[in-house]
Design a protein around this ligand. Structure first.
Ligand code: DGY
Length: 462
């Protein structure tokens, strides 16, 4: 019998129709995208388990079914690499044939690297490390519930802490051999903001070699191919994959030879925020003092390094291309990275809020909802319908809402929360939205959209 997500978190019962409303609808999306112990990011476009999608999904599930939320992350952590890396995709052996490309065979992770698990297969990349934040949310939502539930959540915290520590250790060492405090990504897919103009200059410098033939399946799952990255971008994505595979996913080899090495400020800021969560988890499980000091050091170094990537004219933080030796001077939501990392002085905070409220982002006069487009409409690379080139992403709104709350900007946070929920009530749980018309775009019934809606709803009266 199919298990319905249970708000009480304990019993199984048959699925039934629920009355309309954002919360039950969001729960319904997660239920329908759930093959059993993990959740597909979307019903058809993404038939496997994706790393940061799953973390957001767990965060939402924590409000419905604590046990199922834990299973979500346990299933992801079961595929952690020996290096500590959490892979960006865990392949679902039961996915319909020809439903997603590049598939496990194209990645060949276990065939070329002894660090990779082979059952199930995984990709060779990683994604932004929001996981510790989700683990902490699972712990927080269990508080005040019955003793058994709190005990189970404590066990989960104890089991997960060493895995999270290994993951963050991987990111702060293998992905930051310079000890800069910023994480290096090897592929736009690692950023989670695939075709953002943040990557245009670096990608343009990548010369595509002898690329094995491939067929894109992603285009058949969206209403209009212009919502997705272009073929030119895909050729470069696939070429980078070939190069990583050729390097046998070995970090030192990649660092020597790879054409795409970028210090990603959004990824790095999420790591700082996740380290704050990890620090709380470490305290809750009674981790040794040296580990707690290590985590505090990561937080401090991460914030300092983001400060060094600040552009005083744009009043945003910029990624840094290690190969070209220069920053990517383009205004995208990633530029709000210092807000996500927190610990700001008041001048930096005011500058960031000014940028957020300006016509370059949430203050643009034509916006359907006062929410920041993924790329500023004032940028030449802006496109209102193309993936990360302009559409509004509910998951990015969540990050800003959560960050504003953490820096004490509760009124502004509430405005983002309300506008995001209004947008979802109007347009459903789309992957992203056209900023001027509010039209839902990309994959419909996207799990992380539903999950962040649940978390936003739990934070207020509706
Ligand atoms: C995709 O296939 O669109 C993903 O973003 C890559 O992870």
């Amino acid at each position: 019998m199919r298990r319905e997500l249970d708000p009480e978190g304990a019993t199984a019962r048959p699925a039934r129709e629920k009355p309309a409303g954002v919360r039950p609808q969001a729960a319904g999306v997660l239920r329908r995208n759930d093959p059993e112990h993990w959740t597909k990011p979307g019903p058809s476009l993404y038939p496997h388990q994706w790393s940061w999608d799953s973390a957001f999904i767990a965060l939402g599930l924590a409000h419905l079914d604590n046990h199922r939320a834990k299973r979500e992350l346990e299933s992801l952590f079961a595929s952690q690499w020996a290096t500590g890396k959490l892979p960006h995709i865990v392949f679902n052996p039961d996915a319909p044939p020809q439903s997603y490309f590049p598939d496990a065979e194209r990645w060949s992770s276990a065939a070329v690297s002894s660090d990779a698990p082979s059952s199930p297969h995984t990709s060779g990349l990683c994604q932004p490390p929001i996981h510790a934040v989700a683990v902490l949310r699972i712990w927080e939502t269990a508080q005040g519930k019955d003793e058994r539930r709190v005990e189970l959540a404590r066990d989960f915290l104890r089991d997960t802490y060493p895995r999270l520590l290994a993951w963050h250790l991987y990111l702060t060492t293998a992905r930051d051999p310079e000890g800069s405090g910023l994480v290096t990504i090897y592929h736009p897919w690692e950023s989670g903001t695939d075709n953002s103009p943040r990557w245009d200059a670096t990608l343009e410098a990548v010369e595509v070699g002898d690329l094995p033939p491939y067929t894109r399946y992603d285009l058949k799952h969206v209403a209009d191919p212009s919502h997705r990255p272009t073929d030119e971008e895909y050729n470069r994505y696939l070429w980078l994959l070939e190069l990583l595979k050729k390097a046998r996913y070995d970090e030192a080899t990649i660092y020597e030879s790879h054409p795409f090495l970028v210090k990603d400020v959004l990824f790095s800021a999420i790591l700082v925020a996740a380290n704050e969560a990890l620090s709380k988890i470490a305290a809750a499980v009674g981790a040794p003092d040296e580990e707690r000091a290590l985590i505090e050091g990561w937080i401090e170094r991460g914030r300092k390094s983001l400060d060094e990537r600040w552009d005083p004219d744009l009043k945003l933080c910029l990624d840094y291309d290690l190969r070209a030796g220069k920053p990517a001077r383009v205004r995208t939501v990633a530029g709000f990275a210092p807000l996500i990392a927190g610990g700001l002085d008041s001048k930096r905070l005011q500058d960031l809020l000014e940028t957020l409220d300006s016509p370059a982002f949430a203050g643009h006069p034509r916006l359907r909802w006062p929410l920041p487009p993924s790329t500023s409409p004032e940028e030449p690379g802006f496109h209102p319908r193309s993936y990360w080139r302009g559409p509004i992403w509910p998951v990015a709104n969540w990050l800003l809402w959560w960050s504003l709350l953490r820096v004490g900007e509760s009124e502004r946070a509430e405005r983002i929360r309300r506008a995001t929920l209004d947008q979802l009530a109007d347009g459903g749980f789309a992957e992203y939205f056209e900023p001027f018309t509010g039209e839902p775009l990309g994959s419909p019934d996207q799990s992380w959209t539903a999950a962040v809606a649940l978390d936003l709803l739990a934070a207020g009266s509706g």
